[in-house]
Design a binder for this molecule. Structure first.
Ligand code: HEM
Length: 374
C-alpha cells in the first residue's frame, strides 16, 4: 500500500498510528512553513524575492491573503485610501511593501521619498502590464527598458517638447484653449444650470497635447469632421484598458485565458491607433516632401514633434512603429493627467474657500473684475 493510502485506511496498530502522527506532524510543519513564508512582510512575492536578500532589511508591509496578497484591494475604487490607512497602521508611510499575486509592489505616502523614487534610475524599469504592452507602450518612454533607447527618447523629448522655449511658444494657443473652456462652461451653465467640468478639461488638455505634438487642433464637439471624436474614442478606450485590474498581470498561469478580454481589446485598439497615428505621419511626410522640408521662418508650430521624430528617422534611429508608440504615449500621458489635476485643484478650492478668495483676488488684480480674459 502506498503511503498516500495510509491516509485513507487508518489501521489501528500502534506502529501505524506512530507513522500517522509523524505524517500529521509533517503536514502541520509544512503548513506552518508555508504560512510563515506568506506572512513575511510584504507577502508572497516579496518572500520569494527575498531568498537572495539580507535578513532584517525587509520593508514593512502587510502580507495580505495567501497567494492573493492585496489583490482584492484593487477591486475597490478607493484603493489609494485603503493603502494609505494600511501604511499608517504598519507605520510604513515612508515605504510599504506588499504583494499582488506574484508581483512585488512598493508605495510611499511620503512626498520626499516619492520624489526620490521618481528621480532614481533604480526605479526606471518596471513590469510592463499586458495592456501597456498590447498598446505599444513598451516602445515608448514610460515602459521602455532602462538603456540607450530610453535615454535617447528622454533627450529628444526634453529638448524638443518640454524645453522652456518650446513651452513658451505655445502660450498663445494655451490662452485660446483657456478662453474656449470658460465659454464652454458658461454655455453649459446657462443651458443646464450644471456642468461636468472634467469633460471640458479633457477637451482642453487633449487639444493642448494634439497641438504641441501633432500641430493639430480638433473640434471635439464633433462639428469639424469625425477625426476629433474618433481620437477621443481611442483615448477613452485606451484609458479603460490601462485602468483595468488585470488578473493575468499578477497570476501568470491565467495569462493564456485572457479572462477579462484585455488582450483582445488591446489588439483591436492598437490596429485603430496604428491607422490613426500612421495617417498623421504619412500626411506629414507628404507635406514635408512638398515643402522640401523647409520650416516656415518664425513659425514654431510648423515644426511640431512629429517633424522632430521624422528628422531623426533619417538618422535611422526610429522605426515607424517606434514613432507611433512615442506619439501615442504623449497623447495618453498629456491628457488625463492635466484634466484630473485641474479638476482636483477646483475641488480643493471649493473645500478651502479662503484659497479660492486669494486666487480670485490675484486674478482680479491682474485683469480687473467682471472681465473674461482674452
Ligand atoms: C499635470 C500634468 C502631469 C502630471 C501630474 C504628470 C505626472 C507624471 C508622473 C508622476 C510621471 C512619472 C511616473 C510614470 O512614469 O508613470 C510622468 C511621466 C511621464 N509623463 Fe507626465 N505628467 C503630466 C503631464 C504630462 C504631459 C502634458 C505629457 C506630454 C505631453 C507627459 C508625458 C510624460 C511622459 C512621456 C512620461 C514618461 C517619462 C519617463 O518614463 O521617462 N506628462 N508624468
Amino acid at each position: 500500500m502506498s503511503s498516500a493510502c495510509s491516509f485513507l485506511f487508518i489501521p489501528s496498530t500502534g506502529y501505524s498510528s506512530t507513522v500517522l502522527s509523524f505524517e500529521l506532524l509533517l503536514c502541520f510543519l509544512l503548513f506552518v512553513a508555508v504560512f510563515a513564508f506568506w506572512l513575511r512582510p510584504g507577502g508572497l512575492a516579496w518572500a520569494l524575492s527575498k531568498a537572495q536578500t539580507r535578513p532584517g532589511a525587509a520593508i514593512p508591509g502587510p502580507s495580505g491573503f495567501p497567494l492573493l496578497g492585496l489583490a482584492l484591494s484593487f477591486t475597490s475604487s478607493l484603493t489609494h485610501r485603503l493603502l494609505s490607512r494600511l501604511s499608517e497602521s504598519f507605520k510604513a508611510e515612508s515605504l510599504m511593501a506588499f504583494s499582488v499575486g506574484f508581483t512585488r509592489f512598493i508605495i510611499s505616502s511620503n512626498p520626499e521619498t516619492a520624489k526620490e523614487i521618481l528621480n532614481s534610475s533604480a526605479f526606471a524599469d518596471r513590469p510592463v502590464k499586458e495592456s501597456a504592452y498590447g498598446l505599444l507602450f513598451h516602445r515608448a518612454m514610460g515602459f521602455a527598458p532602462y538603456g540607450e533607447y530610453w535615454r535617447n527618447l528622454r533627450r529628444i523629448s526634453a529638448t524638443h517638447l518640454f524645453s522652456p522655449k518650446r513651452i513658451a511658444s505655445f502660450g498663445d494657443f494655451r490662452r485660446e484653449i483657456g478662453v474656449k473652456m470658460v465659454e464652454e462652461i458658461m454655455l453649459k451653465m446657462e443651458k443646464n444650470c450644471e456642468v461636468e467640468v472634467k469633460n471640458v478639461f479633457h477637451y482642453g488638455s487633449l487639444n493642448n497635447v494634439m497641438m504641441s505634438v501633432f500641430g493639430k487642433c480638433y473640434d471635439f464637439s464633433g462639428g469639424n469632421g469625425d477625426d476629433g471624436l474618433e481620437l477621443e474614442g481611442l483615448v477613452k478606450e485606451g484609458y479603460e484598458l490601462l485602468a483595468i485590474f488585470n488578473w493575468s498581470d499578477h497570476f501568470p498561469l491565467l495569462g493564456w485565458l485572457d479572462l477579462q478580454g484585455v488582450r483582445r481589446r488591446s489588439k483591436k485598439l492598437v490596429a485603430k491607433v496604428n491607422a490613426f497615428v500612421g495617417k498623421i505621419i504619412e500626411e506629414k511626410r507628404l507635406k514635408r516632401a512638398e515643402n522640401g522640408r523647409l520650416e516656415v521662418a518664425g513659425d514654431q508650430h510648423s515644426h511640431d514633434f512629429v517633424d522632430v521624430l521624422l528628422d531623426l528617422e533619417n538618422e535611422n534611429r526610429l522605426s515607424d512603429s517606434d514613432m507611433i508608440a512615442v506619439l501615442w504615449e504623449m497623447i495618453f500621458r498629456g491628457t488625463d493627467t492635466v484634466a484630473i489635476l485641474l479638476e482636483w485643484i477646483l475641488a480643493r478650492m471649493i473645500l478651502h474657500p479662503e484659497i479660492q478668495a486669494k486666487a480670485q483676488a490675484e486674478i482680479d488684480s491682474v485683469i480687473g473684475t467682471n472681465k473674461a480674459s482674452g
